[in-house]
Design a protein around this ligand. Structure first.
Ligand code: SF4
Length: 472
């Protein structure tokens, strides 16, 4: 596509995955604390059009296999460009970087995770300048509003820290704008299909009170994007017939979901993780996951390093959540959605949240209702489900009111020292909820889609060595 760039650039490479063993360098990602990408609309005089700068080591100066702190600043100007468009222009970085052969870009804002593959590096993609050229040209070719653009890559330097802090402030300012507007006050919602290359049946529905899953596009951003590029991936959805105000089901949303998912998704509840939950692509900032043993939800965000209270880390829960499916009890969300009045309101809202990482809990001070905040456990209070159950009982968390005989549950649990038992608190809830549960038997694989399994008791025992090289 571009003769002076050593690798191909095009839509065909979107969705390309680069595994750890095929990676030359990782920029940002979970092993790096500080990473960011940001687009800023500037005064035209402040921009040297076409300039690409690199502060810190370039790709060719970074040893193979390194994980590097990384910042990307894209500054744009144009007579019709407004600050309102920054968030939407910024989300295009995800798309454009993924067009570059051998470059994989995941997530957004302060969570970016980029890999450059060995094969493309060997072909000559060894400088940020080439990546910058591709990004610059794609912006210009797709968005005529951009009259001037300059790009800066940062892998070090004194400027990094201050720019990182500025980016974090700017994200917060953008997010705060839509707070205070209710879904009922507007006549249009917005849909985003940008992630369909990864999750073909997924669209995000962006409303004032339900921020996009990736946390990068507010309702204002959606409005600005749909006006700027009517043929683009963000489109208006009329807020027409409301089928269920509590769950957030609208005829117009169902219609768009059906059309854009080719019939895979026919109904969507905006404010519930059950029934027909909003689909999740893979870019979500956090996951709300149902914990049947206590009949409440845990929350985990992408940055949480350890296993959650149910023993599963973010990555495993993400596998159960992503892909554009509607998986009951597994719900991809943005962090901003947790500040919304509508946050899982059909499932009990904050009264249904039982566990979350301390970092997130602290960042939501003032948004979690005071009467429940002290009743939500963090990793400091409970690291497994039994400890969580004890904590919730001690704090008299609202979910305990649904446990008909909590003493019986804890007695049964204490009877077994070597086995884990999942009864569903009070024996009422499903012991296991999954989008797709494979069962392999007699050479046949059966997949239960969106299955709920009820049982009086489930016992999981660790395998023990039998001394003959096998297990018993
Ligand atoms: S997560 Fe949703 S809003 Fe964000 S880019 Fe993907 S489809 Fe669009």
């Amino acid at each position: 596509m571009f003769e002076d760039i050593p690798v191909e650039v095009g839509l065909v490479f979107e969705g390309e995955r680069i595994r750890k063993e095929d990676m030359q360098i990782e920029l940002g990602g979970p092993k790096v604390d500080q990473k960011f990408e940001i687009v800023l609309v500037r005064n035209p005089d402040a921009i040297e059009d076409g300039k690409i700068s690199i502060i810190g080591p370039d790709l060719k100066d970074i040893p193979q296999g390194s994980h590097v702190r990384f910042g990307l600043l894209v500054e744009v100007a144009g007579s019709n460009l407004e600050e309102d468009l920054e968030g939407v222009l910024e989300r295009r970085i995800h798309e454009y970087m993924n067009y570059i052969q051998g470059v994989m870009h995941l997530n957004q804002r302060y969570d970016i995770w980029i890999r450059v593959g060995k094969k493309s590096y060997a072909k000559g993609l060894d400088s940020f300048t080439d990546i910058g050229k591709a990004i610059e040209r794609l912006y210009r070719s797709e968005l005529a509003l951009i009259e001037k653009i300059q790009i800066t890559f940062l892998t070090g330097g004194d400027y990094f820290e201050s720019l990182y802090a500025m980016a974090r402030e700017r994200y917060e300012l953008r997010d705060a704008r839509a707070r205070g507007i209710s879904d009922e006050e507007v006549d249009t919602f917005y849909g985003c299909a940008l992630c369909q290359s990864f999750a073909p049946s997924h669209i995000c529905v962006i409303t004032p009170e339900r921020y996009a899953n990736c946390g990068a596009i507010s309702w204002f951003d959606g409005r600005a994007a749909a006006r700027m590029d009517p043929e683009g991936p963000i489109f208006p959805i009329a807020r027409d017939t409301c089928i269920d105000p509590e769950k957030g089901e609208y005829a117009g949303i169902n219609e768009h979901a059906r059309k854009r998912s080719m019939g895979e998704v026919n109904r969507v509840y905006l404010y519930s993780a059950f029934g027909y939950p909003h689909t999740s692509c893979g870019c979500f900032e956090a996951i709300a996951f149902y914990i049947p043993e206590v009949e409440g939800f845990g929350i985990v965000h992408r940055r949480f390093p350890g296993p959650t209270v149910n023993g599963l880390p973010f990555s495993t829960l993400a596998d159960s959540t992503a892909g554009g499916r509607q998986v009951e009890g597994f719900h991809g969300i943005s962090l901003e959605y947790m500040r919304s009045r509508k946050f899982l309101c059909a499932d009990g809202g904050w009264n249904a949240i039982v566990w979350m990482p301390k970092e997130i809990k602290e960042s939501l001070t003032g948004f979690i209702p005071e009467d429940i905040a002290g009743k939500i456990a963090t990793e400091a209070d409970a690291s497994d489900v039994l400890a969580l159950e004890e904590f919730l009982k001690r704090k008299n968390h609202p979910v305990t009111e649904q446990w008909p005989d909590s003493t019986q549950v804890s007695t049964e649990q204490s009877e077994s020292s070597s086995a884990s038992q999942f009864t569903g608190a009070g024996g009422q809830g499903p012991v296991f909820v999954a989008g797709e549960l494979p069962i392999t038997t007699g050479g046949v694989k059966i997949i239960l889609k969106n299955a709920k399994i009820f049982a009086e008791k489930v016992i999981i025992r660790p395998l023990e060595k039998d001394g003959k090289g096998g297990t018993k």
